[in-house]
Each structure stands twice: as C-alpha cells, then as structure tokens.
Design a binder for this molecule. Structure first.
Ligand code: GLU
Length: 293
C-alpha cells in the first residue's frame, strides 16, 4: 500500500514564527499518526522577497523543533519549467488570457463603477475582482501588445474555466473553514474572479505552483492554515483543468497574538529565532502554541 504524503510548504520571505511552528507540528503529527511521509517544500517563486539566508533559517528552526523531512527538499525556484508547462496547457486550452490593465487603471475603473452606484465584487481576501475587459481582445491585438513590450499577467478566465471543468469542484475537508465548513465542501472558485496564474517576470503564481507541486510530489494530505481555506477552491479548479489528482485537505486554526491578530512575518516578536535566542526550548514552544501533551 502506498503511504500517505504530507507536506509543509513555507516561503522564505521572513523568519518562521509561532504560527509556522503550529502548522509544521500539526502536519508532522498527522503524518506520523497516519504512518505517512513528511515532505518540506520551499515556496520561493517570489525571488525578490525570498532569500537563501531565510531558507537556511527554516531548516534550522524546523530541525530545532525536532522535525525530520525527506531529502532532497523541493525548492520551487528550481522548477519554473514545470509551472511553465502547466501554463502552456492552460494557454493552449484558451483558459487564460494576457491581462494588461495596470493597478492604477483597475482602481480607476472600479472607482468609476462605484461612483455610478454599482457595487463591485470582491474576493474572499477583500481585493476587488479584476475587470477583465481584455478577455475580449483579439489574438492579433494581444500579440501586438506583447510584442510592444506591454507588461501583463496571465489570468484565468474564470467563467470559461468553470464551464470547462463541468461540475463545480468539491473537496474533502477534515479540518474546519472560517464558517465551520467541513466534510465534503463545494468549492466556489468564482468568488476570486480572474485570478493571476503567472506574471511576465514570474512564471507561476502561488495558485499554479502549489497545485502543480502537490501533484508532482504525490501529496495526498494538504495540512495548512485556515487563511488558505478559500484558496483551495482555486486549487481544486486548477486540478480539474490540468487533470491532476485531488488531495484531501485539513485547514487548521490560526495562532493569534494577544489582540486576536493573525501572526505575520513582519512582526518579529514571535519569530522562532528570537524566542530561541531568548532562552526558550522546543518544549516551551509546544506549550505556548497549545500542543503540549
Ligand atoms: N507557502 C505558503 C505560505 O507560506 C503555504 C502554501 C500552502 O501550504 O499551500 O503561506
């Protein structure tokens, strides 16, 4: 029988904090309980924000917590070709389009609509949907703009993609969503509008790289924070479009600070490196995040 495959997939764009420790330890605990494999993946597609020093500190922090993972570790920046291949398939199927509007143009467009009393849809993170006017550009117009050096991003044509997928995707959730969703969850990727799939300077978005990698690595169980619950809808849709197997998902609670805010990498006070330097032991960390037995 093949073993279940779990993965922890941090981005080296800041120091790991208590929230990462919680996620990694929950993941590792579930992998061990299931007799599964545990993989570590470095999600560094944003090469402007990720650094080798921060990658090294991920290894240091996780080893300090007592975690062991399989080698070699998959580092996304070594695999841009895999994401490009997936993007090519979406381009060939006419499910993505080059989106040329700048942030300023998008803002102005939405401001006009709202000034005229029309409400504009926002995604689950609160970001307004992309207007998508350039869905309708002809092939010749697209080519000439790209040849002219216009900046653009590849966006998923959500309506076409949903139609192409046929039945709306579902997933098996063993954790809990923000509205206590669990069990078989009906995905609503259309809530995100035309999501970015790749940029000119970055051949994959988070959504594309995570979906491709989970499939290439044979991941069967995705365990991650509840903040990514609604993003799973996009991942499930991409799996359907690309013919990839669907893992099951477990979204866990988030560790919050004393004021109830989600911890972030910009708040250095709970970084594992700082806590370690202040004399804390791994057992103290487990206690702090409520995982001590
Ligand atoms: N790289 C993502 C992060 O650090 C996590 C991706 C995932 O677990 O799917 O937030």
């Amino acid at each position: 029988m093949t073993k279940p495959v779990f993965r922890f997939a941090p981005s080296p764009n800041g120091e790991l904090h208590l929230g990462h420790a919680y996620s990694a330890l929950v993941n590792w605990g579930m992998a061990n309980a299931a007799g599964g494999r545990f993989l570590l993946r470095i999600e560094d597609i944003d090469t402007t924000r990720c650094t080798p020093e921060l990658e090294r500190s991920i290894y240091r922090d996780l080893a300090w917590l007592g975690l062991e993972w399989e080698e070699p570790v998959r580092r996304q920046s070594d695999h841009f070709d895999d994401y490009r291949d997936a993007l090519e398939r979406l381009i060939d199927a006419d499910l993505v389009y080059p989106a040329f509007m700048s942030r300023g143009e998008v803002r102005a467009r939405i401001a006009d609509e709202e000034a005229a009393g029309r409400s504009w849809p926002r995604d689950p993170d609160g970001t307004p949907h992309y207007p998508g006017d350039d869905r309708h550009l002809t092939e010749a117009e697209r080519r000439s703009r790209i040849a002219g050096g216009a900046p653009f991003a590849w966006r998923l044509d959500m309506r076409r993609a949903m139609a192409h997928a046929g039945a709306p995707p579902r997933w098996d959730e063993t954790g809990l969503g923000p509205k206590e969703e669990t069990g078989v969850v009906a995905a609503a990727p259309e809530a995100w509008g035309d999501v970015v799939i790749a940029r000119k300077e970055m051949p994959a978005s988070y959504h594309l790289s995570v979906t491709v990698d989970d499939a290439l690595q044979g991941v069967t169980h995705v365990v991650r924070g509840r903040d990514l619950f609604y993003a799973t809808a996009v991942h499930r849709l991409l799996q359907e479009l690309l013919g990839l197997a669907a893992p099951c998902y477990h979204h866990h609670e988030l560790i919050v600070d004393a004021d109830g805010h989600k911890l972030s990498k910009s708040r250095g006070d709970t970084s594992l490196a700082a806590l370690r330097a202040g004399g804390m032991t791994p057992a103290d960390i487990t206690r702090l995040i409520g995982l001590a037995r």
